[in-house]
Design a protein around this ligand. Sequence first.
Ligand SMILES: [Zn+2]
Ligand SMILES: [Zn+2]
Length: 112
Amino acid sequence: MESVTASELAGFAVGALLVWATISAPRIDAFISSSQRRSLGMCKRCGDLRMIACSKCKGVGSTKSGGLFGVNILADFYESFGKDESNAPSIPCTRCNAKGRFQCPDCCSQMS
Ligand SMILES: [Zn+2]
Ligand SMILES: [Zn+2]
């Protein structure tokens, strides 16, 4: 084993290390970028708005009386007579407390 000296071993190790770094560098970059995207990723539920629109009132905060199906019928009825839709009485949305939006449960769970 006299043909293999310490310097040759070191050179081989360095060469192997360089080869390994060259091969694995893109993978490391991909891993880091993916982890960064994950940490910097926007909330899938609210898009980092930290709140989601109420599905009942569509974010308006109030609902028209008459039920879900009666609203459109009343609106069309009033519009057909050239009247404002506001003639239909609106009541505060009971689901979101007339706020029109909720705090995003995903973001709130992270912030708390
Ligand atoms: Zn609502
Ligand atoms: Zn969110």
